[in-house]
Design a protein around this ligand. Structure first.
Ligand SMILES: N[C@@H](CCC(=O)N[C@@H](CS)C(=O)NCC(=O)O)C(=O)O
Length: 208
């Protein structure tokens, strides 16, 4: 059975939601990589960056990096239509912006969460945190300008892009900011968040 390594409120929520969308059975390992011990060691062996989400497939293959996990799940479960079909322009849109999120928004979140990985001085860390938030706002504005939700982010079908974007929208600059500054994106995210599997997964990840 597929094993998902994650932690509540993290990027593993998007993968949980996609697994539920596709009806894939999985075991969830709640990982706390910073607490030393055999579990942390075992996780380090799977992913030397100690980052979630990470999955291990039934045959033992390990896959990290959220965008790669999304693409592989879409490939393995074509009937679920996590992505539009090959040849559909909406697929290109979905792939472009999934990678955009993974390459830009997700790292900016990480820089803001762990400025000590980048700079030594406390004032520099504070400045980096603030800078990462401003950069995140800019990335959301890029999404708002580029995508014309109709009604979903990539067109008339909901795709993994909607779920992935709804997940990163839970983090900085925050949903209230996105609602105020990116109304088109916000309306598409709200549609994804109405899906029962998203409601269920968000409930255990982002509420309370
Ligand atoms: N590039 C990775 C980033 C994953 C990532 O940064 N995950 C966070 C949780 S949302 C994490 O595990 N952070 C712990 C750390 O970086 O030490 C991906 O797209 O999956």
């Amino acid at each position: 059975m597929l094993e998902l390594y994650g932690c509540r409120g993290s990027g593993s929520a998007a993968i949980e939601a996609l697994l539920e969308w596709a009806g894939v059975a999985y075991t969830f390992h709640d990982v706390e990589p910073k607490t030393a011990g055999p579990e942390a060691d075992a996780f380090f062996a799977l992913n030397p960056l100690r980052q979630v989400p990470t999955v291990r497939f039934g045959d033992g293959t390990v896959l990290s990096e959220s965008a790669a996990i999304i693409l592989v799940l879409a490939e393995q479960h074509p009937a679920a239509r996590l992505l539009p079909l090959v040849g559909d322009a909406a697929r290109i849109t979905a792939l472009r912006w999934i990678v955009f999120i993974a390459a830009n928004l997700y790292p900016a979140i990480s820089v803001g969460d762990f400025p000590e990985r980048w700079v030594e001085r406390e004032d520099a860390r504070q400045a980096l945190k603030e800078g990462s938030r401003k950069r995140l706002e800019y990335y959301w504005q890029v999404l708002e300008r580029a995508l014309k939700p109709a009604p979903y982010l990539a067109g008339h079908e909901m795709t993994a892009l909607d779920v992935y974007a709804a997940m990163v929208a839970q983090w900085g600059p925050g949903r209230a900011w996105i609602n105020a500054h990116c109304p088109h994106i916000a309306s598409a995210l709200a549609l994804a968040e109405r899906q029962p599997f998203v409601v269920r997964v968000w409930e255990r990840n982002f509420k309370g």
